[in-house]
Write a protein that binds this ligand. Sequence first.
Ligand code: ADP
Ligand code: ZN
Length: 762
Amino acid sequence: MVVRVALDIALGREFDYLVPSEWTDRVEVGTRVKVPFGARDLLGVVTSIHDQSDQPGLKPLRKVIGAQSLVTPKVLALARWIAGYYCCPLEVALKSVLPDAVRKEADGWRERLQVTCLSRPGDFPKLTARQDAVFRIVEEWRELPLQELLRLAETTPATVRKLEDLGLVRIAGKISERDPHANDVLVASRSLVLNSDQRTALDAITGAMDVAMAASKTAVETGEPAAADPAAMGGASQTFLLHGVTGSGKTEVYLQAMAHALERGRGAIVLVPEIALTPQTVERFKSRFSSGPLQTLVAVLHSHLSAGERHDEWHKIRQGRARIVIGARSAVFAPVDPLGLIVVDEEHEHSYKQEEAPRYHARDVAVVRGQREGAVVVLGSATPSLESYHNAVRKKYRLISLPNRATEMKLPVVRVIDMRQEQSRGGGPPPLFSNRLVEAITQRLERGEQTMLFLNRRGYSTSLQCRKCGYVAGCPNCSVSLTYHRNAQKLLCHICGHEERVPTKCPGADCGDPGIRFSGAGTERVEDTLTKRFPKARIRRMDSDTLKRKEDFRIILNEFRTGKIDILVGTQMIAKGLHFPNVTLVGIIHADLSLHLPDFRAGERTFQLLTQVSGRAGRGDVEGEVVVQSFTPFHPAIQYARRHDFLGFYDQEIEFRAQLGYPPFSRVALLTLRGRNEDKVKFGAEHLRRWLDEHASAWPGTIIAGPAPAPLARAESFYRYQLMLRSPRMSRLSKDLARLDEAVVLPDDLRLTIDIDPASLL
Ligand code: ADP
Ligand code: ZN
């Protein structure tokens, strides 16, 4: 038997090896193996099995790792699709598919020595005072890890061994699973009685699941994708877009759909944005499946797990003990088999797109995986992406709507405050808080209700400028200005982390004026101004500067939930998926911030952000209020968000996209070339452009723009130039772009990245 192996290092090709006869029944597609390669041994994954090979002089495998293949053949085929569509070698795609913790042979199951108390023999031996003290601890615990005992008893292994010799305890190796949520107390939850909209949604989903299961029983596994474009895969769609306002009960529909999958003997994956993967969210899923006939382990995958925890969660899934997986982006690859359902909650979130190779979009991968494995896919959002809603309009996805909140609660009242008016009244610079916002906060404090204030910019102020000569403190490595952090007393670059001392006079050439001024407020300044204005209020700030350790997020949210904080100030971190019944006021300090980004999705992002943030208000018994401060209050993104009018926003935005030929009317490939010498980068980019022009006839309808300096023209001392391709179809184009590295010879010190369906153009 011969196996083809993709090695862990990216060589862009696979290699054949002989399988010694005693191992043939341990090797299947997806098995991890160690193989000789040159002078070294390398790890890899078996990608196919053959009787013989046309490569001469094959070497045998060194080792077969683990009792079970780590990648299912289905997930392996998915990795191949990703490599093809997103222009990267298979080995790079496999890196995301198989987490590091699982691929590394060394990080296996952790075997820990456990000390167990044995019942006392009739004749209790005489113990020294020290032995007695140690034994009492074991007696109390009945069983505990040796390490723990040594720490508690401040003793040595020799003493414990002595107790073992006396027959009082047993020391034995046991596999102990690291469960990141081991200490959670779960209260079993039961299905709610659905309202009629939820019932309609659930019936559609479960109906499609039954059809898909029947069909996949008879389908022939070809192992090849039907088409490369996620949206181009057709047939009676089993992908749903669940458009439901915040609080409409989408999660309850997911839970009951998952229960249906379990009843039919299938598993489910739920993707949520990393930031929304809070203990609250996880608990909601765990408690539903913690008991009863559908009881199963729920595996949790996110980036804060230790390598060991990730390894254990992953194997729970692979062994079929955890049939429900909840996780961030990469959980879309979880080896659930057979798979019945994938839910992508907040499907419009940009964090589903991976910003390094493989640059996949987890929502689109979910849709492709669902098609291939006969699983139903539910994309849920209060503010669907233009792409997904357009797919629903074109009947590629099936649209289901939950237009009302599930409980009696009303959507909050949204007031848009024209900050230009506030500005002119006093004559001076615009205040940070409008009169209305100050009044509203005062009321909340009086009534003992909570407030969230949102500003998507950290630091104290965003730039430092000299009034006299116009000098702006900029980063020496990046084309951005430095942010002033008052607590740390530093000027900081948010791109590369460059730090500088805060100057007391203008450092500009021949200036030295002491009148340097800070402008553009960040969260630190909001906190500061609030503290002065409301000295009695309990105020906390939450942004990446205040979250130093991984528990901090949890701690602050807990304090907020238990009413120890009156006002929570934060960046987008506090915008998503959190549920606090006592929050009745949400203030958005500067709603225009995301509107003026040089990205065709700027309006869409602003609309989504405002709607999501507003959704935080009034989820309890009291009606909520949202105060939106803006300098462009009549911008459609702001006005439609004010009226909670997604369809209105969609209609005008889709018109704009159609006129300019932007997604969803095209697919974008973004090529970025980076290097330290600007002329070289520019020249290299022009060279790429010529190659693209020569081949353009193979991609009818494709528009090529650039090269031009990227919106972020310089980052970490690299100049950046971009070329943007907009094409009605991506499959052929991405296949050709994958060859670009070989086809166009560029100087060694230039780096090219290819981003298919980029989420951001910066
Ligand atoms: P979404 O996921 O759309 O934001 P949730 O599923 O969180 O909405 O539901 C919002 C609130 O409504 C939750 O407190 C939930 O328990 C409640 N809820 C959902 N469905 C029902 C129902 N059918 N009957 C009563 N309460 C419901
Ligand atoms: Zn910088």
